[in-house]
Design a protein around this ligand. Structure first.
Ligand SMILES: Cc1cc2nc3c(=O)[nH]c(=O)nc-3n(C[C@H](O)[C@H](O)[C@H](O)COP(=O)(O)OP(=O)(O)OC[C@H]3O[C@@H](n4cnc5c(N)ncnc54)[C@H](O)[C@@H]3O)c2cc1C
Ligand code: FES
Length: 275
């Protein structure tokens, strides 16, 4: 994949909460539009021309053709400029980059997905992958934690997952402000891992969230008996090129843009400066 971005048009911008929006892009070149394919967990480098580039996970499902969706927090220069764009604006996208989740390893077994906050972005792509071929997985559990009901990203979609009978999805918030309606769990996301109650044997676990979330969720998963090799986490490091040329993302001896961003917990703890 080249370093040259392909132009794409912003066709839809959906407000999710004051910090996050969902952006749908269509590649301008018909050939690119039709041939673009990716695995859940991969990312693109998003360019806002004249401003800069940032790595962003693809949040749409790999089976949804013709467009790419990104769920983006307004964090700094590039993401701030993206949030300021109106529909029909042109951006640059290059990729997909990174390894993605090992879906070939996960298929045939049980899958537990645990997300915190914006960590749902790459996991939404994995969830869509699983739902498209539900029969290839045995038990599927999803736990999603947010600070409060208003910060649950994709709340309509998440409620639809809760209502399904072929997966066990539980949503959790840290607290519920007065006058706010909430039917899910109130408490730590670690508590819903107990309630989802997935088998330990034969289960892969995909985890993505902020650093403090990892600390508690990983401790919980290990205490339940999940092996370090069965837990997949996303390591987000500062990236420039996205394809193994610049060295900005190197941790220890690993290029997180190529060998990551998805690592098993076992591989991650053997990298320096991770925890
Ligand atoms: C693989 C991968 C996938 C990602 N997926 C997503 C996604 O799906 N959605 C999403 O919203 N974000 C995602 N990110 C994070 C996103 O790339 C970063 O937040 C990126 O920095 C945003 O660029 P920016 O120019 O808007 O912000 P920046 O201007 O880079 O600022 C972002 C934050 O970093 C701080 N910062 C800036 N420079 C430095 C520095 N030199 N040292 C330390 N801190 C600094 C700023 O103060 C600010 O808090 C992903 C990152 C990676 C690596
Ligand atoms: S981001 Fe340049 S080598 Fe990984």
């Amino acid at each position: 994949m080249s370093l040259v971005p392909q132009t794409a048009t912003l066709v839809e911008k959906r407000y999710l909460d004051p910090q996050h929006s969902l952006f749908r892009f269509v590649f301008d070149d018909e050939g690119v539009r039709e041939s673009f394919s990716f695995s859940p967990g991969q990312f693109v480098m998003l360019s806002i021309f004249g401003v800069g580039e940032a790595p962003i996970s693809i949040t749409s499902g790999p089976d949804e053709k013709g467009f790419v969706e990104l769920c983006v927090r307004q964090a700094g220069r590039v993401t701030g400029a993206l949030h300021a764009l109106e529909e029909n604006a042109t951006v640059g996208l290059r990729g997909p980059y990174g390894n993605g989740y090992p879906v070939d390893v996960m298929e045939g077994g049980n899958l537990l997905i645990v997300a915190g906050g914006l960590g749902i972005a790459p996991l939404r792509s994995l969830i869509r992958y699983v739902l498209y071929r539900r029969d290839r997985f045995r038990e599927v559990g999803i736990g999603y934690g947010a600070r409060n009901p208003e910060s649950v990203l994709f709340s309509g979609e998440m409620q639809n997952l809760v209502a399904r009978t072929d997966i066990k999805c539980i949503l959790s918030v840290d607290s519920v402000p007065e006058a706010c309606r909430w039917d899910g769990h109130v408490g730590r996301v670690t508590e819903i891992i107990d309630r989802i109650n997935m088998p330990i044997e034969g289960t892969s676990v995909a985890v993505c969230g902020p650093p403090v979330f990892y600390k508690f969720v990983l401790e919980k998963l290990l205490s339940l008996g999940y092996s370090k090799g069965s837990i997949y986490m996303s390591l987000e490091r500062r990236m420039e090129c996205g394809l193994g040329k610049c060295g900005h993302c190197v941790v220890g001896h690993k290029y997180t843009c190529i060998e990551g961003p998805i690592f098993t917990y076992w591989d991650a703890i053997n990298l320096p400066e991770i925890f």
